[in-house]
Design a protein around this ligand. Structure first.
Ligand SMILES: NC(=O)c1ccc[n+]([C@@H]2O[C@H](COP(=O)([O-])OP(=O)(O)OC[C@H]3O[C@@H](n4cnc5c(N)ncnc54)[C@H](OP(=O)(O)O)[C@@H]3O)[C@@H](O)[C@H]2O)c1
Length: 260
């Protein structure tokens, strides 16, 4: 088999949490282009339908499921519903997450903190547990956890809400530990650590505080934030047989932010 053929995903089914827009939709688009059927998860039915109609253009099945992963117990029902209603999953992208709030630690209520850990960490753990079991049985699977440079590598300057760094660092710890456990069984689990990408959450921070954008861009050697489709090739690599000897890795994609 040629190298380019190893990037094909024909006959594979990929679940992308948070697949209706931003980085999730860009990664889902690459998978569909490579031949995969998709299951997109998000909270808003209308944006899911919009993404579904765009991604159907690649000629493969696109299912949608409305679920709010801010609560890890919803992730349990989601995993169960996918397996019962749609079928086995070959590729799982745990993409849902976000900082959402700029709250200093001393003002952070415990219930909020725990909710953010569900959103950024526990939901990914639950989905991996439920959907990963079938991958292990079949001897082939790919789990991709969308972490961040924030947490495992740096703490972001000029913003608080350190639930985010905490959860993303833990997500990388989880990735590496489970990768070791599953390595001999055909299932790889890798993390992507994006730097700043131009998606809605960053646009919102920039609208609220324009100086945050200028400061951020100044700290990126490439001088700009990433466009969502710039993560797609890396995600396809990790989802396919092209990366079959990679597991437990953390791929930084940040325009050089962490070099300075
Ligand atoms: N953009 C960046 O600069 C950057 C940098 C580092 C890491 N990341 C990570 O990359 C991931 C994606 O970020 P993004 O910037 O692409 O975000 P985004 O543009 O806001 O997209 C988030 C996606 O997740 C869905 N979603 C959000 N909250 C959800 C919830 N509680 N339950 C289920 N679905 C939910 C959204 O749809 P609904 O709103 O309809 O639910 C949407 O499909 C996150 O884990 C983020 O931490 C992003």
């Amino acid at each position: 088999m040629g190298t380019l053929d190893r990037f094909r995903l024909d006959g594979r089914r990929a679940v992308v949490t948070g697949g209706s827009r931003g980085l999730g939709k860009a990664m889902a688009g690459a998978f569909a282009e490579a031949g995969a059927d998709l299951v997109l998860v998000g909270r808003d039915a209308e944006s899911l339908e919009q993404a579904q109609s765009e991604l159907l253009a690649h000629g493969h099945a696109v299912e949608t499921i409305v679920a709010d992963l801010h609560d890890a117990s919803t992730a349990e029902s989601l995993g169960t519903e996918i397996l019962a209603r749609i079928g086995p999953v070959d590729i799982l992208v745990n993409n849902v997450g976000g900082r959402r709030e700029n709250i200093p630690l001393t003002e952070m209520p415990l219930d909020k903190w725990l909710g953010f850990l569900d959103l950024n960490l526990n939901s990914a753990v639950v989905c991996t547990r439920l959907l990963g079991a079938g991958m292990l049985e079949r001897g082939w699977g790919r789990v991709i956890n969308i972490a961040s440079i924030a947490g495992p590598i740096v703490s972001m300057r000029g913003i608080e809400g350190r639930h985010y760094e905490t959860a993303k660092a833990a997500l990388v710890g989880f990735t590496r530990a489970i990768a070791a456990d599953w390595a001999a069984r055909g299932v790889t689990i890798n993390a992507i650590a994006p730097g700043g990408f131009l998606t809605e959450p960053n646009r919102k921070w920039f609208r609220e505080r324009p100086s945050f954008q200028t400061d951020f861009e100044r700290d990126i050697p490439m001088g700009r934030l990433g466009e969502p489709d710039e993560i797609a090739g890396l995600a396809l690599l990790l989802a396919s047989d092209a990366s079959r000897y990679m597991t437990g890795t953390v791929s930084v994609i940040d325009g050089g932010y962490t070099l300075w």
